[in-house]
Design a binder for this molecule. Structure first.
Ligand SMILES: [Zn+2]
Length: 77
């Protein structure tokens, strides 16, 4: 699996991948991460709220940021 930058202290420096792309870059995708029951709900066509959102660069395939910000999770509901 992929390694995630978890457990790091919050930093004021904007996080980017190896390419220098930030969360807003068009080559960066936000991926919702769901609980097992959340995946089941999606499987049956029911919307589910992710427990966190990962930002993955489609160029280097690096997950450089993870958020659990409720406002951002709502965007992926
Ligand atoms: Zn990259």
């Amino acid at each position: 699996m992929t390694e995630e930058p978890t457990g790091r202290a919050a930093t004021s420096k904007p996080r980017t991948c190896s390419c220098g792309y930030g969360r807003e870059h068009h080559m960066v995708s936000a991926e919702g991460v769901y609980t097992t029951s959340g995946y089941l709900r999606l499987f049956f066509g029911i919307s589910a709220r992710p427990i966190k959102v990962k930002y993955r660069c489609r160029r280097c395939n690096e997950v450089f940021s993870v958020t659990t910000d409720p406002a951002i999770l709502d965007l992926h509901y």
